[in-house]
Design a protein around this ligand. Sequence first.
Ligand code: PLP
Length: 393
Amino acid sequence: MISQSMYALGANRSCIRELFEYGLKQAQIVGKENVFDFSLGNPSIPAPDTVQEAFQSLSAQEDSLAVHGYTPAAGCPDARIAAANDLTARFGVPIRPENLFFTCGAAPALISVVRALAVEDAEILAIAPFFPEYRPFVEQNGAKFTVVPADTDTFQIPVAGVEKKLTPHTQGIIVNSPNNPSGVVYSRENLAALAELLTRKSQEYGHPIYILADEPYRELVYDGLEVPFIPAVYPNTVVCYSYSKSLSLPGERIGYVCVPDCAADSEELFAAVAGAARVLGHVCAPSLQQQVAARCAEIRPNLEAYDRNRRTLYDALTAYGYACVKPNGAFYLFVRAPGGDAQAFSDRAKKENLLLVPGGDFGCPEFFRASTCVSHDMILRSLPVFQRLIAEY
Ligand code: PLP
């Protein structure tokens, strides 16, 4: 017999993947230049030179075991030291190498933290709009998934909305900033208000409510905006970081969980994260990638191309009459669908080979997501289609 819940998850492709694959097929029929694929969040800028050089010199090493062998379960010392030093220097919260557990990206990092918190009847909150994979990450790992409806005017955290969803069973809330799909960076004031609420409710319930800070887009921020380091605002925070987007290495699967000393029961929580990783088979993240991370902890991406795309698409779409909160981070635009039904709008756009992700799975069915990690030329070629479509409404 086969697990029907796993079957359903495997057999039903995500709507993002479905659109992407549709785009590949359409390209064969109508030509690549006539498909405007804004579906995937696959970093389109190359990995920085320092990263490429690190790969090359590490691959050329003769001691195979040193590069390709198993590392300690939580990660190789060099990677943990480099990441801890970088975090401490940047954000003023002391982070020790022992606070870091290297993982195969942010996805397993998040799952390990969910698992570590999944006591009986545990509930984990997510704030709409949210990365659709949070739902299976939480529901399939022992906790109830609760959605806080979006503040669609600003896409900041609706703190009063969070309060309505908190219960004595709430173990954590996932906070993703810069946000996929809105591109919004939560402000320090907004996070402070959330921190005040969670502190008050933790006291009332008699146990900590943790923030699970999902930070694959931490370094992708524009206009010099600050991305507050959440443990500095709310100590009971566990950070899930990834190099997928910051170093353009999504296929290399590398990231970490950081359980800072300031988090309640940090040692026990860290051990539980390690236990969850063990159960899930995620111990000992890719060795070569850990060593690249060790050498490149201080490298930040050159965001010029993403920034240009963001400005071009935002300026054009808003000039045509689309409504969109200006994104300050990540590489997405989250746009109110003309007509109010993003699925219908996305289906209409698909007929023009314009591939936009409807926002239902993100918890906002009136919005669509357009990735801006695409070629600038494709954006320019797509603009007449966007303009024609809104004129129909
Ligand atoms: N969280 C968010 C918000 C994401 O957008 C993604 C990937 O797109 C992930 C987590 C997973 O990242 P990783 O590739 O590091 O597993």
